[in-house]
Each structure stands twice: as structure tokens, then as C-alpha cells.
Design a protein around this ligand. Sequence first.
Ligand code: FHN
Length: 584
Amino acid sequence: MMKSTITLIIIFLSLNLYGGETRSDTSNVESMAAKDARMEWFRDARFGMFIHWGIYSVPAGEWNGRTNHAEWIRDTAQIPLDTYNRFIDQFNPVKFDADEWVGVAKAAGMKYMVITAKHHDGFCMWPSAFTDYDLASTSFKRDILGELKEACDKVGIKFGLYYSIMDWHHPNYLPRKWEQDRPQDLVDMEIISAYVQNQIGELIQRYDPAVLWFDGEWDKEWTREHGEDLHRHIRELKPDAVVNNRVGKRTRDLGDFGTPEQHIPAKGIPGWDWETCMTMNGQWGYNKHDDRWKSTEDLLRKLVDISSKGGNFLLNVGPTAEGEIPIQSITRLKAMGQWMQVNGESIYGTQASSIRPLVFGKVTQKVEGNDTTLYLHVSEWPEDGQLFVPVMNRVASAFLLSDRKHVLHARKGETGLTIDLSGAAPDSVDSVVVVKLIGALELNPLDQLQQSEDGIVTLPVDRAEFGQHHAGNLQIDAKLKAIGHWNHPDAFVQWTFMVNNPGRFRMTTETASLKACSIKVSLSDQEREVAVPPSGNYGDFQTLDAGVFEIKDTGVCTLIFKPVRKDWSPVNLRAVSLIPVSGN
Ligand code: FHN
């Protein structure tokens, strides 16, 4: 017999059993120092495990012959509630072993875990006092979240909970558009807001989560005010909780960190804590058919890329209904852990580096007292054994992180440091060179791209900047020595350079692409769409003449290449040249 949810909520609201005023006038403004102290572990952690697990794992992605479902299956397969609820009786994860799961995360080098306590389907993975749509209604009578929390505490991993505000089961939440059989006039977001606050209070009391990861906040009926109320409620119950930006409406001023999903912001999100969450294959929840597994190499490069931009990586696993993490996830995480064993120092507790993109790889850094340590992540071991970094500091020492006794010689030149690398790369994916600098980082002020004596301006790929934080995977393809993965039509590429001899220039570049498309080229006050004919292969480059542009004045110039959205198709790009032309 369904408990009377509405009555229960009114009771708990009046008794405030799970604490805190539902609306409090005292807004406690947290000082920057207090926030830094609260966020310190999160910023140091850099790497966590996301877990999507629920009764949606029972069908394993399959329904009526289709095999591309996952945690959204009740909606994507339009399964009526009473049919979907049969999964409750089938959910019996007898192979679930919290210590085993936490051991996988620990061995991978992960420092925190976030598991779905309640996803959009509304099913609660704990015994809740506010609904019987919960784990207590299954035949599995153990406290899954409690066992995970205990296992995390044992090994020093922070335990976090994901909670979806959107709730496809609750009678007072919006029914799905295809659910014509469900009453459409019971929607009441005040009841939902009270239900959410009561359940969050219950979760805090039962499991003391270090992170509260909200999701499903996008329906307009969940307002910013609901988010503010919930956030205030959390602060009152657990002042040190780290809360993501989806508690409200994904703004910077409500919640502690940004949550780019399935992509890495091209330039990070400066001035804000952020965390990229990503699936390991193509789905969040378990799908036994989905074999779109990212390689270990790709996952490691993503971890390094994210860390180099000052973000965290929340990497997802989708366990089976029996309670097992897929072996494909386990093998990748084990391999990542082997790299982290040797190189974790170059990830944990590091910050984004202000050094421009370098062709050999990424840079993370640590400030220790008055000095700076650079971690050069060399993914392309230079054939000439020379590693250039445009910084002007004196060097205290340089060595391989994989072998501290392997001391490296660093030469200080007019434009920066050159480190002599000897022998083969210690790691096939990412070898870390440590450079201990004296003092605060000193970038080379003349590192600006300059026009050469003969008037030519050469703009190399490793000096390109990438725009739009949701620029997808736009990046330098070190093997092709080209800008690649230019999938997102909002992503743009730009160079900033100095011109001492203005005039008229013919612009050429080298492109490789499969389909015809166009690029909008902006230079100084000119803008032009340039057709890019296909070269047939991403590795077959052809010279593209972008026409003549005039630069009227001396000073800093910016050249921007932007996709023309219509018919956009990824283009690989090599160096751009501006060659002076005489006459009109
Ligand atoms: O709809 C959810 C999805 O199922 C998954 O939980 C991701 C993970 O962050 N969040 C939402 C999609 O943005």
C-alpha cells in the first residue's frame, strides 16, 4: 500500500525532522578563505568515479528488440509505470561487493565517488521514509549506499551522492509527454521541493555525503528559487558539503562547481571550479550491447588535459543488475591506476598552467612557497630530444617523474628553457618531466608570435588558441601536427600576433577534410567565407588560398577561423601563413 506521500511530507515539513528552516532569511555569505578550505580536497582530488546504477540496469539497455537504451529506458522505450515497476522485483544484486567497487576506484587513483541515489526514474537506492518506491521494496535487503560509504571511509575515498530533481514516478512531478494515462493536473513543485529537501536531509543524515551531485534540474518548473531553497537547506544541514551547479539552473553563483558533460572545455573554465563527467563507453547506465569503449590511452589523455586546465575528471561506470562493474571498465581503470601510481604527483593538487598550448603535450603546475614546479606531460617525445618551454625562470632541477635520479639538463635561452631529453620515452602515452623553477612563473613576454624580417607571418598549430568552452574535442593532433577533432560548429581557432610591417597579405593554409564545407575567416576588420574543398582523407593536406587581406596598422592582430555552420564537416588544419603582396 503506497504510503500517503503528501501526508508524510506535510508531517515532516511541520516537524522539520530532517532539519533546517525551509526558508531562512539569514543568508550566510561564505568567505573566500572558508570556501577554499571547504573545496581544498575536491581541488586536490582531480579524479573521481561516477556510478550510474538502478533498477534501469535490469533490462541492460534492451527493450522490445531495441538495444540502445540505458538509464533513460523508461522514457526512451515509453514503458508504462506498472510495467517498469516489475524491475523492482527483479533487482537483486547478489554479486554487489562495496569493498570490491571501492577497491577498483582506489586502484585507479580515484579520490572520490559519486553514485546515483535517485535517477530520473524516481527509484530510491536507499530505504527512504518518504516513499516506498525504494530499495526496501526489492528483495535485496542490504543498505547499498551505507556499505559503499563504509567501504569508502575505510580507504579514504570521499563518498558522494547523485540526486535527480526530475522524478518520473512522483505523482506531483511532470508526467512524460507520452504518459497520457497519468493525471496531468497534479503537478505541484512546492510538494516536489519539500520532497527533495526531505530526501536530501535523509541522505545527509544517513550517509554524510561529501558531494551532492544534482541533475535533472532543467524543467522550467524547477526554478532558481527552488534551487536556492535547497542549497540553503543543505548548507544548514552539512556546511562542508560540496554541491554542483545543477542544484539550481547551472549558473556560476549557485553551487560550487561547473559540470561540463561528455566534453572538455577548450580553455577550461577559468576562475571557477569545474568537473568534466564522462562515460567510458556510450552510455551512463549499463547497456550490455554498447561496446563504444574509449581506449585507456584516450582516457589518460583526457585526465591529463582536464588537469592541465584546472578541472576534475568524473569518469563513469555502469554496473550490471547483478552488482558487477563491467570488465571493460575494470581493465581500463586498472591501467590508469598503474600510470597514476608513477605519475599521480603531476595530477593531484596541481593547478592549470598559464603557459600557452605546447606541441609536445600539456602542463600542470604546483606553487610551493615562492617557487613553481612544472609537470611537462610529454605525449610526443621530441625526435631531437629538445623540449622547449617559453618560461624565463632559473631552474633548480629537472628530472623524470618516473625516475627522479634521471636528472635532465635545462638550458636557459633568450625565449625560454630547453630541456635535453635523452633516451626513449619512459611511457608510451604520457611521460612526465618535472622542472623545479625558482620563483613565480615568468612567461616570456616576447613569446608573442612576431612577423619575420621578410614580412611573412607564420602561425603554427601549437600557437593556436581554441575558443568556446563547449568546443568539443578541438585539439592538436600531435601525430598529424595539425589542429584536429574540429567537430563542434561553435568551436573556433584563433591566433594573436604582432605586426610591425602592415600591408596586404595573401593568406594560405593547409587543410584536410572528407566533405566540402566553409570557414569564416576574420582578420583585422575583414571577414570572409572561404570554401574548403575536401581532400578525401584527414591526413591528406592541400594548400588553401584564403585570398588577400589588408592589415592597416602595426600592433597586435587576431586571426579567427570559425566554421560556417551550414554543411560544417570537421577540417584538419595546419600552419597558416600571411605572405606580403605588393600593389593593389
Ligand atoms: O539525463 C542525465 C543522464 O542520464 C546522466 O545522468 C547525465 C550524467 O551527468 N546527466 C543527465 C544528462 O545531462
